[in-house]
Design a protein around this ligand. Sequence first.
Ligand code: SF4
Length: 730
Amino acid sequence: MTETITRRTALQYGGAALAGITLGELGRLHFAHVDEQAGMVRAATTERWAMSVCRECPAACGIHVRVVNGTPVKIDGNPKCPIARGRLCAKGQASVEALLDPDRLVGPAKRVGARGEGRWQPITWEAATALLVEQLHARGGRPGETLAVAAEERGPVADAWSAFWSAAGAQVAWTPAATASQLRSRFEAITGVAADPHFDVEHASFVLSAGAPLAETWLSPLWSQRSYGRFRRGNARSRGRLVQLDDRRSMTARKADEWIVVDTDRQPALVYGLMGVLLRESRIDPAASQGLAASLAEFERGVVARFTPDEVARLTGVPVVTILRLARDLIATPQPLVIVAADAEPELIDAVMSLNGLIGAFDRPGGVLAALPAIESAAPPGAAAGLGTPANIKPQLVALRDASALRSLSMMNETRAALKTAGFVVSFSPFLDEAAGAADLLMPAHTSLESWHAVVPAPAVPGQAIAIAAPVVAPRLDTQDLMAVLKTTATKAGGNLPAACPWESTQDLVSATLGRLATAHRGGPYATSYESDWIQQLERGGWWTSPVASRDDFPNAVLAAGGWADPFFEPGQIRRSLKDLGGPRFAPLPAAEQVVAAGAKRTAQFPLALRAFTPAVVNLLGSPNQPALFELLGQPEGAPWRRWVELNPETARDAGLEAGATVRITSEHGSVDASMVLVDGMSRDAVALSFVPSVPNGGRWAQMVGGDVRGLWPAGVDPSNVVAVRVSRA
Ligand code: SF4
């Protein structure tokens, strides 16, 4: 059905629903009734397919949406998308629920109770814009007093958001996602190349993973899973071997040939220990050792002296014989590669990059390559990738584009602290999520399937790409296009804002982007693997042209394919840089003891170290109210809709817990209950707890996942850190 709900109807239903600003059950019945009527009068079902972009994470995979009688009913992967090649993860498939969410916001509203109390008054868009302009005049403009936070994104829309808020005097911060951008600064420090690292897992012969969730949500998740599949499947060569260093039995640890249990904070010591073995036994890559000559000597002395196998075994609990075997196995294969979790501590990233240097992994197939800079991003080099954080800022005005800053484990406390003291908070999220819950003014933007898109996918495949799409369906509720809202606000606010906001709408911005790409004379619309390979061959041979026949056809061809890509990529940047530098700039070595962080202060009362992890099906960005994802939550452990806690069987026995028990996890600051999963081989002192954000006002399904694990951490400490706890029967 193509029926949109009118503003009047929305307010009518919203007035009877939760807090007066969502559709609620009456609205849902209205849609169902209209769907039913439409079905009865139609002689035949109309069906079409539309290309779009998944916006549930920064990977920006292409999607192919089946629309029946005007309603999206199924989402598949876009086979031409160079990242996913037709695949789609659970979050992508569930994203249709965001559009159909009966508890999403129906239109703009302002807070009437205390902040966070959840009492709202629906208002018109004119009134909402006037209120935002008033607050920009009253509180904005002074350096450090405005903060704009959005999930990590690159490309024209992100640039336009950034330009608007920069002109308003805001600090623009991006919520770091687990993408290559997070590794960029350490990669640049060691290699001298200002680019995101690209790990060629597919062509590696041996992958040593320092906590990287390779088979789950690493970097660009579907690219990562595709690479993992090809790496393990092998071809003419033998099947690739995977060794996983992990403090818990993650999905990747289960799939690995070998899982070595090492606490995350001790992994740098192990990686330096492996380097010590290679250096002591003169096993480093001969080609690499020539290039390293100038920078290696001091580094070698330090590593060999400080990270002896005995010392590393003492620090990590990994036996000496395992350390020796792992180092020798790694260098014995033709194309070894070491990978690392994107949110790892800098010491671990430094250690991993240095080890890649020693095994000759830079700039070779199955190694580490330097990704090309993102096309169609006006951000200065490094700005889009160097994700800002709102540290040490006490803003008067905060703009939240989505809930990411409040849902991400690694950034919540900074943002929450800023929100507490902020004079005014505006949220553009279409959902009644954490962002909306913390706001004074709600200006809900369209959901993804109702929006235009121009977004550069998180770095994954070699070459360059930009996902571009038109809306799949017309907006159903009284929401607005984000760029149009910024344009209206800029026009009314005056000052330097109108100049910073030249686009009338996101459609206008997308048209301009397509116009620029049409004259690039390179790459072309998203294409099959075969066609992409052909374009790459042509460009290698100096044949730079677009495969689209005419410039007039170009926009429609790109929109029909779901994006534009140029597959051309030639490695060599890292080796050239290292040659100029005389070898990698190895990071100063930490003392062996220093690489082991102090961790949580465990006591007799709280004797276990708790670390939270985010399951792959938890959506950190979109709707908090997706039953399909809750259904998958805990499925591997047989407990859907539940968070779970992982314990060593002996730890559970000591606490008097039998299999199947519900466990209460208690810290000095709070407690939560979770289903227990026993994991052989896990550290006896450790507890791993799945993080599922609790959003009490997020909707009927979000309400069912009660109790927030974030309450276990002291105020001011991010839940990405370890906290001391005890476990008992609930
Ligand atoms: S990996 Fe990210 S962008 Fe791709 S389908 Fe999954 S959630 Fe969407």
